[in-house]
Write a new protein. Sequence first.
Length: 828
Amino acid sequence: MSQQFCDVALPVPLDTTFTYKVDGAPVVAGGRVIVPFREKRLQGIVLRLHDEAPGENVKLKSVIAALDSTPVLDEGLLALGTWIARYYLAPLGEVYRCMLPLGAEFKQVVAYSISERGTEALYQSAEVGSSRRSHLDPERQMAEYAVLDYLAEGELVREATLRAATGTTRETLRSLVAKKWIVREDLSTARDARRTMKIASLKEDEPSPQDANDGACREPRAGKLNANQQKIVTHLRAAEGRLPVDELRQLSVPKTTLATLVRRGVVEILEEPAAFAVPAMKQRNTIDFPFTPAQQQALERMNRSVEARQFQAILLHGVTGSGKTAVYLAAMRQVLNAGRGSILLVPEIGLTPRVAADLYGIFGEQVAILHSSLSDDERAEQWHRLSRGEARIAVGTRSAVFAPVQDLALIIVDEEQDHSYKQDEAPRYHARDVAAVRAKGLKATVVFGSATPSLESYHNAISGKYALLRLPDRVQQRPLPEVELIDMREEFQASGKEHLLSRRLIEEVTLRIERGEQAMILLNRRGYSAFVMCRACGDTIQCRDCAIALTHHKREHKLMCHYCGYQQAIPKVCPKCGSDYVQFLGTGSEKLEDMLHAAFPTARIGRMDRDTVRGHHDFERILSAFTAGELDLLVGTQMIAKGHDVHGVTLVGVVGADTALSLPDFRAAERTFQLLTQVAGRAGRGSSPGRVVLQTYFPEHYAVQFAAHHDFEGFYEKELRFRGWMHYPPFTSVANVIVRSDQQELALRYAGILGKWFEGERHEGVRVMGPAAAPIIRLKRDYRYHFLLKSASRERLNSLLRVMLRHAAEQHVPRSNLVVDVDAISLL
Ligand SMILES: [Zn+2]
Ligand SMILES: [Zn+2]
């Protein structure tokens, strides 16, 4: 007998699952269902089916619809979700929602009908006239009565229709629901998101024997056709009677011609599932050049590991320009040839159309590319292709770690130190660490690749947890660039003025322009001026919603917040004291570009930062122009440091990349070392050797020194010693607990509740610091206080956090006011 109940994980911020009656719906564990939840319908994942009836007084609701006859999350992925929920203290339903990019297959539909009370109100308003309404905002009242009037027939009307017909706002509808004048109903349902295409098909009769005998051209049954109609029919005949409608539209005939043929019964239009078309691309032989001995060894080691079908984690530490990508692709091809599957994760910015084209060039239809500019429908399509085994390779950013690749044998995490792998909203998982857990469950191989591995991964490698493979040399024996440090304090003393560009850097850039070579200049701050200050009262202009100085963007004539996106006009006088001594201070990439134009009037200069790059295509466009030699100089933020391979670059200038060293963050040195190494690695990737001019105010800082000497081991050794002394990762686990509220008293009160509890609670082996104001005390309207927890024992840390969450719930601290960030990457 089939089971009567199912437990469902729902995407709500609650650490619990919900039981529903099955009532004959074809429910499967690991499949999706639509269920009623409070006033809504939600889509959830069935965790298990059972017959354990709840208590007698518990009234259970029934499943509304089952979406899947086979699981969308197999046992492995279900277990992975459970692990994430436990490890990151995230609600299970939210984890599963994040794992399944199938939002397109759930259609949210809300409808409204008038209530008895609403009908009464409508009649009264008609009788009493406008006199009774005068105490209310008349415009708002008009809007409300317009809705009631539209619903007066008593029908259930969909929100979209209602809003289109009456021009009403969500707010008005909410207010009417609150007054119980109308009733809101959630009718959300499953939706088929499969892309379809329209096919024109010729409706010819079966050829009769006579036709075959006399061989005459048959007339379509509807009689004579005009020239345009004949053209379409001829084309269809040539294509065995079937062509996509889009293709027929290319013919130079009026649009109406096809419609006429349909009306006359000559042609019919069929809707069919669209086949996935691999985008047209040039074939590139990215992996078919001879490997260096180190590349060959790395590849063989990976292949052996995959074949062994045992869990193995490998750190591939290769200097910039050592050909890591070629090794990845060769390993993935090997896996594909064995009929198995692989995943390649790349950082946010790494997945350009060019990279995608390369991948299609090598793997054709076997690759599914998951990037942020896909529509929901496209994302769902790629997901199903993988799930059905039609594609065996998934390439994508963070969430591609959940791709339903069949017989997954290999996961590669490129630039594993990149912070875009950590999700900065719930569930706050780290894709690199999830990749390791997933590989372990499948007895698969996971490879972490980087020129500048994270301290965590490097520590795992030298302690023997991961295998360590090195690519110590650049391909074709190209040397690493020579780095020259410029002490900006000396520069100031020598010239008596603050300069953004040192004399040395100007000299070197001049030389490159004369020689027709290219240069990149990094300034890791966007905008024109970093902040706006009043000379009279000393105040800087801050964001309305964050405790952050606004940045001046000259071209847009705006002040902007880089944290929440708030914008405002540039004030003429100080908003605080009214003085007009408002000054713009500090320099961002926009201003640097202007300064370079002034210093090198003939140079062609491009800029790459979040203001000029709004999507993958902008990124690709600027990079292509630079690669093609259409630009002499490229300035930009850390975006220019990420993995590009532009052979003409012989100079990299670094301006103000060490400011991060003064941030209150234990990862500041690691970040600076990584950024400096990555950007320096852009120089000298072609036949001419490269040079780096690194301007700094901290020339003796070890992060700067080791980066200048390309000394990875030296940096890691020193940084690991510091981390050990300070009890920071990788020697301890950390969690950042943020208490937030848009009302400061509430934030303080919640922080006080937790603070008191931490004080009173025994928590052996866990060090708790706080509560303290977060370094950014106000962000996106919320006031923020935090606790930093450190422990050598992950288990103790997590169990303390669990008890803390329970206590917070008992004390009525809403879960949405608490952020628990396990393995926090940023403490700001
Ligand atoms: Zn002022
Ligand atoms: Zn802001």
